[in-house]
Design a protein around this ligand. Sequence first.
Ligand code: URA
Length: 221
Amino acid sequence: MPARRLALLEAMGVTVYTRRGARPVPAAVAGGQPETAGWPELAAAVAGCTLCALHRTRTQTVFGTGDRQARLMVVGEAPGAEEDRQGEPFVGRAGQLLNAMLRAAGFARSEVFIANVLKCRPPDNRDPTSEEVAHCLPYLRRQLELVSPRVLLCVGRIAAQRLLGVEEPLGRLRGRVHDLQGLPVVVTYHPAYLLRAPTEKRKAWADLQLAMRLLGDGDRA
Ligand code: URA
């Protein structure tokens, strides 16, 4: 049975018996409690998630992509139209710029793990609501635990504020190292903003260099 249907049935409280040897999906995960999930269970839970209204308007969920043992993890806000179509984060114009920024820092896209706070696209790319974030954040938190990166790069105000639980504007969050339960976090401008304000790229590069120094990769680029 496809993982998505399995997760949906589990979420509805329907017990599904899987073939002997097949990996079961814990009901708690399919019901939206991913704290103890492994990668397959987490992916299935996200794919079948109906915890907020965004599941009605999405084409598909956008789980995250890249190296699941990455030293650097990148977190953005939410999928846009192109990401919703392709099922992968940062594949539109902003994604092209993010790839270029990572390349400049010495990373292939496949070497980092990239995810968003929200796994579904908000209609018209509006800001995520508090309720949507509350439902979705446990998935990202579990991804962070599973990847266990050495450094987290938050791109954009929403990702930074929601993950760090602060209200400060991005200009005050960037340029320094934050602590997320022992994980060093660097905040920088969202690439979509940098497309509109290219003169800020210099500051974004300084933020990336800060992340590289934390990784001990100062000479990598
Ligand atoms: N913006 C984001 O924050 N995430 C994406 O995946 C695409 C655009």
